[in-house]
Design a protein around this ligand. Structure first.
Ligand code: MG
Length: 254
């Protein structure tokens, strides 16, 4: 047997070992943030009765009155505005996060883009809902506003576009209902199971039990890094006065 073939066979022999842990992180066939990636079709979501009442037993993280559940990303008091029953991102104030952590959770949150709109692409009504401060469902004014598919509203940022674009016009209240399963790591930090998300935007299913590729990030597909079982839910300050209201969660049984 030629030595080159021997080397090839030896290399193939270790492939199954490599394939198992990597299987959860199959890269997308599309380069991250590709403008060529097909855009989800635009649809009009059915009307919803808003705000959606919190079910019995849910933890209400924002009821329109105060930021008691929230703090700044750096642990200082939250510096967002409370206005007209909503909390509004303040440019330069930094993101906010819950003072307590969550793992597997169902999250309901309502948001509205600034009206009138300003800017284009990613520079228009940008914010984000971060599960465990790490896994972002993008908030963006994607109403008649073009951007890369994996960065539009309801995208799992930099990874998966939503199945459809059901973004409502600026100023109108919209909903995300997110069922999140945290990633599982073994005691040495090896990934056992990736994070998973099911997302409804304005009541329309846009992600169905998607396995995340890792932490969401800009211009990099970062690998999973072991973290705690419970971490804060965070909202992004991307310099735009995006509003949020009626935030509630139901922790899910593992
Ligand atoms: Mg964002």
């Amino acid at each position: 047997m030629p030595s080159s073939l021997r080397r090839a066979r030896a290399a193939l022999a270790v492939l199954p070992l490599l394939a198992a842990p990597l299987a959860a992180q199959q890269p997308s066939p599309w380069p991250q943030h590709s403008m060529e990636r097909p855009k989800p079709p635009v649809e009009v979501a059915p009307a919803q009765r808003l705000p959606v009442p919190a079910p019995a037993g849910a933890l209400v993280l924002f009821d329109g009155r105060d930021l008691g559940w929230w703090e700044s990303d750096d642990g200082a008091p939250a510096k967002w505005r409370v206005v007209d029953g909503a909390m509004e991102a303040v440019a330069g104030a930094g993101g906010i996060r819950t003072k307590v952590g969550f793992g597997d959770v169902r999250l309901h949150i309502e948001w509205a883009s600034p009206n009138p709109p300003h800017g284009e692409g990613q520079d228009r009504g940008n914010s984000g809902v971060f599960l465990m401060g790490t896994y972002e469902v993008q908030v963006l004014d994607s109403y008649r506003n073009d951007t890369y598919a994996d960065g539009q509203a309801a995208a799992i940022y930099g990874q998966f576009p939503p199945r459809v674009n059901v973004t409502r016009p600026p100023g109108e209240w919209q909903t995300y209902d997110i069922e999140f399963r945290r990633p599982r790591f073994d005691s040495t930090g090896v990934l056992l199971r990736p994070a998973r998300m099911t997302v409804r935007h304005n009541g329309v299913l846009v992600h169905d039990d998607v396995a995340l590729l890792g932490p969401t990030s800009h211009r990099v597909r970062a690998p999973y890094a072991a973290h705690a079982d419970a971490l804060p839910i965070a909202l992004q300050d991307h310099g735009h006065p995006v509003r949020f209201r009626n935030v509630w969660v139901q922790p899910l049984a593992p």
